[in-house]
Design a protein around this ligand. Structure first.
Ligand code: PLP
Length: 226
């Protein structure tokens, strides 16, 4: 059996059934995605719009759920609005409004996660609780008809310190719980906590992740840290 098939099958065996796996295929080829697909994997994550469009074109005949996991510029939303299944990286009202506009243009509703800044590093994008609350309370947000916020996303610090990673993931879970209580208590749509990557997925699941984004374990380690 191929290495990728092997990797994904044995990895999935370790996952609780309720946890969704986003196979992060960035920097890897469409051929490699097909191998993972052949094991039954359907959700694939990309962090760059250009790369996601190219692979989507190449894999048109495959029933793939495409997740955009990286930072998204407003002027690029139009390129993915036709097919993207979930955008993990919504970090402003302006972006959310643009996604709504492009969703309307394509007669779709686009699912989104609010991305939170939980790491100690200040290089990572994301909101804090107050900023998210401001968005959700705004009249502008309430008018958006074609976006659905289905949960939260965050990335922990890149560190060996498990205590720190655990506390960062717990803070995301707490944010999720508070948002659920304050803004989404009547809705079943708001249910995802996207956290955990190849180096910290176990801690993420331990602290309440419903969706992990894993690349290296499945496809092998990338040359550069993209
Ligand atoms: C690259 C990336 C991942 C996956 O990283 P691995 O360490 O290869 O599992 C997850 N989430 C985001 C946002 C990424 O950019």
């Amino acid at each position: 059996m191929s290495k990728i098939k092997d990797n994904i099958i044995s990895f999935k065996n370790k996952l609780p059934e309720a946890v969704k796996l986003v196979a992060v295929s960035k920097t890897h080829t469409a051929e490699m995605i097909k191998e993972a697909y052949s094991t039954g994997q359907r959700i694939f994550g990309e962090n760059k719009v250009q790369e996601m469009i190219a692979k989507h074109d190449e894999l048109k005949d495959f029933d793939i759920s495409w997740h955009l996991i990286g930072h998204l510029q407003r002027n690029k939303v139009k390129y993915i609005a036709e097919f993207v299944d979930l955008i993990h990286s919504v970090d402003s009202l302006k972006l959310l409004k643009e996604i709504n506009k492009q969703a309307i243009n394509n007669s779709r509703t686009i699912n989104c996660l609010l991305q939170f800044h939980i790491a100690s590093e200040d290089t990572k994008f994301g909101l804090n609780f107050e900023e998210a609350a401001d968005i959700l309370q705004s009249e502008e947000y309430k008018k958006l008809t074609n976006v659905k916020i289905v949960g939260v996303m965050g990335m922990a610090s890149f560190t060996e310190d498990e205590v720190q990673v655990r506390s960062e993931f717990s803070s995301l879970r707490n944010i999720y719980n508070k948002l659920k209580n304050d803004f989404f208590s009547g809705s079943n749509n708001f249910r995802e906590i996207s956290m955990g990557m190849s180096n910290d997925w176990e801690i993420a699941i331990d602290t309440g992740s419903t969706m992990i984004r894993v690349g290296s374990i499945i496809f092998g380690y990338r040359n550069c840290n993209l």
